[in-house]
Design a binder for this molecule. Sequence first.
Ligand code: SAH
Length: 205
Amino acid sequence: MVQRQLRERDITDERVLAAMERVPRELFVPADLREHAYKDAALPIGGGQTISQPYMVARICEALALTGRERVLDVGSGSGYQAAVIAELAAEVDTIERIPELAEVARANLTAAGYDRVRVHIGDGTRGLPERAPFDAIAVAAAAPELPQALYDQLEPRGRLVVPVGRRRVQRLEVVVRSPEGPAIVRSVPCRFVPLVGEQGFNGG
Ligand code: SAH
């Protein structure tokens, strides 16, 4: 997976590549899909949601430019996989999921894989996590119609927010840096994520 899907494409951050070598992805997919865990694809995890494609996880993590000292918020816990990869790259990780059953799945998967220091919260992640803010970096694993302002507001100065922004079926990954002049936005790869549902996301499922 790391060689063919990440390195031979355009992932170059050695810390990200090493983190993705270490996290056992098979522990984050439903038991009946284990044999497909390392495929170049998103996979269903229940509740109409998916564990993201490995490449998109790597892309998001690379865009966060983590050094190991950061406090990070992961929005859209799903299986917990992306939170585990971030835990390999940063000091502290909080992750928030709107579907309580999936938050439970994420918590169980993270514990089974040895990442019980990741804090799993239930709630609308489009509002961020005010009680733990500010964050050095925020990763969003679901598509937003526009830049979620509450998340930007919870960044440290020079903090980074990585979020797919666009329409329901197609988006671009945006890398946003908080600066005194306002958000500095770099549009990255086209992508397709499940919708971010909430106050500053899409309405309904
Ligand atoms: N990072 C996950 C990807 C899960 S897919 C993984 O590695 O498996 C995106 C997740 O975002 C879904 O579980 C969905 O329920 C969740 N989600 C959607 N809108 C949300 C919101 N407003 N707040 C928190 N989670 C949300």
